[in-house]
Write a protein that binds this ligand. Sequence first.
Ligand SMILES: Cc1cc2nc3c(=O)[nH]c(=O)nc-3n(C[C@H](O)[C@H](O)[C@H](O)COP(=O)(O)OP(=O)(O)OC[C@H]3O[C@@H](n4cnc5c(N)ncnc54)[C@H](O)[C@@H]3O)c2cc1C
Length: 412
Amino acid sequence: MTAIESVESFRSRARAWLAGNMPRLADAAPPSTEGDEDEQRWRRARELQKKLYAGGFAGICFPEEYGGLGLTPAHQQVFNEESDGYELPVVLNIPSFSICAATLLDMGSEEQKRERIGAAIRGEEVMCQLLSEPSGGSDLAGVITRAERDGDNWILNGAKCWSSSAYAADWGLCLARTNWDVPKHQGLTMFLVPTKAPGVKMNRVRMSDGSAEFCEEFFDDVVLPASAVVGEVDDGWSVASRQLFHERNSMGGGSPYISGGRYAPATRQMTPLDIARATDRAGDPRVREMIGRFLAMEKVSEQTVGRVSRAMATGALPPTAASILRLLHAESNEMAADIAVKIAGSGAATGAGADQGIGGQAGLRFLVRQGGSLGGGSTEMARNVISERVLGMPRELALDRDVPFKQVKRGR
Ligand SMILES: Cc1cc2nc3c(=O)[nH]c(=O)nc-3n(C[C@H](O)[C@H](O)[C@H](O)COP(=O)(O)OP(=O)(O)OC[C@H]3O[C@@H](n4cnc5c(N)ncnc54)[C@H](O)[C@@H]3O)c2cc1C
């Protein structure tokens, strides 16, 4: 076995390679006015990922046999530090790498790992999550999208919604019901679904901030081969649980599969401190107090992410503790959005959008502030998981827990 490169040697190589090969954010060309701006962003991300792969800096924590570098979270951390200020394909981080590829790595077949993870690392493919349904996302084990056997194949029918960036994806991890005669957690199967397969209809959903990242999908007799099953038939809940772990870990900032930061730079720059400086209010004692609260929260988040991630890695805390990170992320995100609007004042209300200066950006962000406490499972569900699965408090009453799913009463 060859010894792995030291973290400091990796840092020096990454620094030199980034300087010679990746574009600086400050020099990034504005999106062309021709064609769909979102599609350009995703095309650009794939190009940048191909560059990272060619340079030997893609898939840092994924195993070598699946196209990664097989290095440690410490190597990923120094790469993240060195890549600050460069244009990187950060839209690929969540959900493609840190949730979908990570779940396949833990639960997928050899073929799925080799083909899908490899293609994602090479910048050829993107993955998305097809979990939530129009009937509700919190009760994930209650999904009613169905897959029925047809010889060696499966036939998928149903609908999913709120799928982030599914329009840009090639594959989706889709949870479907395959057995209605057993209690709800026992009759589910996870499938890898090609998003462009015959019978898949996808619409993009426009949000109040103008973005159209969410999609809804309708499956109408979509034929899937047996090799589309991830994990075991009727054991999709194990796969979904692992996927939820990776999602909460990613949202909370603890995933080692995130390269170069979680967010696009425009979002990252929107700190209350930036807004105070830009609006010339950094000297106002009330504003300073709010910034102090924000900075304290940032410190607490940083330390908690480190502490909980380490504890989960050593087994001192169960994987469900990722909900602590997920909850903290939602709370700090909401706090930052609220403080930003308070500091920006009337500029946040009257600025019409990102092109209306920093006040308008604070206003836009406020419109979707609630997203952080819904994506990756709601804040209420995170609190339930922490109390029941981490602290060992009594479980919530569930009348449908041991009942065959076909007998469970559902809304019309
Ligand atoms: C930014 C973002 C990205 C997302 N990306 C994806 C994605 O890529 N793929 C995907 O499949 N989904 C995605 N979602 C959907 C997300 O998973 C759901 O919004 C979430 O699970 C909640 O489901 P729901 O919106 O249907 O609300 P519901 O399940 O209808 O819940 C409504 C409200 O009731 C509360 N509630 C429900 N049950 C309980 C309970 N037992 N105890 C206490 N309170 C409860 C909830 O907390 C919530 O406030 C995304 C959502 C957001 C905001």
